[in-house]
Design a protein. Structure first.
Length: 177
C-alpha cells in the first residue's frame, strides 16, 4: 500500500494564495493542453483521500465531478454528501492509521492523498510514501503552505525531475524507511 501526494506548489511552497484561491494555477501557459501526466498518475491509484476543504473547493468549480475513482473525504463536521455523488464520495473520520487500514481491507492499495491539511496530517504521522510535487514559477508570498511543522525530519529520496512546458518542474520523491 502506498500513500501518494500529487500536487502543485508555488516557488515559495504554497498550494493556495492568501485568499485561499488557486487561480494562479490557471496563469500557467499550456499550449499543448497537456495534463502533465495526471491521467497516468490516476491510473496508478485506487482511490483518493482528501480533506473537507479540498472537497468543497472541487465542488465550487461548478464542473462535473472530475474523479472516476472513489473519493474518501476526511471530515468531522460534514454529515452528508450531495445526492449526485453518493456512490462516488464517502465520508470518513477518525484516526488516520485506522482509516488507511480500513481502506486496505476494502482492497484499496494505492491512495492519492490531497489537500493541504490532509497532506500535513499524513506527513505528521509519517504516512506518506511518495511525493510528486510540481513547482510553478510564481511567488505567492503567503497562503496555504504544503508543508507544516513536523515532530522529526522525514527523509525522502529524489528519484525523478521532469521539466514541463519549459517552465515548471515535476519532482518525484520516495520516502526512505
Amino acid at each position: 500500500m502506498s500513500n501518494i501526494v500529487y500536487i502543485a506548489t508555488s516557488l515559495d511552497g504554497y498550494i493556495a494564495d492568501k485568499k485561499n484561491q488557486i487561480d494562479w494555477l490557471h496563469d500557467v501557459p499550456n499550449p499543448e493542453q497537456s495534463d502533465f501526466g495526471f491521467a497516468d498518475f490516476m491510473d496508478r491509484v485506487d482511490a483518493l483521500v482528501m480533506g473537507r476543504n479540498t472537497f468543497e473547493m472541487v465542488l465550487s468549480f461548478g464542473i462535473d465531478w472530475p474523479y472516476n475513482k472513489p473519493v474518501f473525504v476526511l471530515s468531522n463536521t460534514l454529515k452528508t454528501i450531495p445526492e449526485n455523488l453518493q456512490q462516488k464520495v464517502f465520508l470518513v473520520s477518525g484516526e488516520l492509521n485506522k482509516i488507511i487500514s480500513d481502506l486496505a481491507q476494502q482492497g484499496y492499495k494505492d491512495l492519492y492523498i490531497d489537500g493541504g491539511k490532509t497532506v500535513q496530517s499524513f506527513l505528521d504521522q509519517d504516512l506518506i510514501d511518495e511525493l510528486i510535487v510540481t513547482t510553478i514559477p510564481v511567488l505567492l508570498g503567503g497562503g496555504i503552505s504544503l508543508f507544516g511543522n513536523l515532530e522529526k525530519p522525514l527523509q525522502f529520496k529524489h528519484i525523478q525531475a521532469q521539466r514541463l512546458a519549459d517552465h515548471m518542474v515535476k519532482n518525484r520523491y520516495l520516502r526512505l524507511r
